[in-house]
Design a protein around this ligand. Sequence first.
Ligand SMILES: CC(C)(COP(=O)(O)OP(=O)(O)OC[C@H]1O[C@@H](n2cnc3c(N)ncnc32)[C@H](O)[C@@H]1OP(=O)(O)O)[C@@H](O)C(=O)NCCC(=O)NCCS
Length: 166
Amino acid sequence: MNAAPEVIVRLFTPADLLPCTEVEQAVYGSGAYSTYFFRQLHDLFPRLLWVAEDQRTGKIVGHLCAAIGQGGQTGWILNTAVLAHYRRQGVGRRLMEQGMAELRAAGVQRALVTSEPENEAALRLYERFGFRPVRLEPDYYGDGCDRLILECVLNETQSLADEGGK
Ligand SMILES: CC(C)(COP(=O)(O)OP(=O)(O)OC[C@H]1O[C@@H](n2cnc3c(N)ncnc32)[C@H](O)[C@@H]1OP(=O)(O)O)[C@@H](O)C(=O)NCCC(=O)NCCS
């Protein structure tokens, strides 16, 4: 795997708002997060929003959004996105390393992420970080599409699987 040394991973700043929205639209089309969403996520969780930047051009080529749920026990990887041209070069992995390190540092007991069941790239990426499927949630976004919920236990606690959530 090419480690894409020209790409650095760093914390998001408000100057990244529009570039991140453009990455979103390129990757997710009509399902893209809005500029408004990025701004509010940054206000809420400034250490849980990371970007990948091509240092040669200053272009934002990917990002990771994470959040921590009420009560502080559950972290969420909300979204990872890498522009097609930059995929399979370790950018998603490096974004995940940062996001997961921050969730660990924040003391969350488990991390969750959702994926379309057929999204092989996302599933393999998350599995590499210890995520395992715990249940399928039908019609997750109300649009007829199912989502797989994956969990990674970070600190010993009861997992969704133990709760019979599978
Ligand atoms: C998922 C995504 C973020 C991965 O980003 P990436 O930069 O290509 O990932 P990396 O190069 O860091 O890959 C890390 C590991 O993930 C897995 N992986 C990534 N892409 C894969 C693919 N197309 N097929 C199988 N495994 C894949 C591999 O295990 C890979 O390690 P390896 O290259 O040593 O085999 C990227 O494909 C993407 O943006 N997809 C569209 C948006 C999306 O679906 N996001 C997830 C939402 S749930």
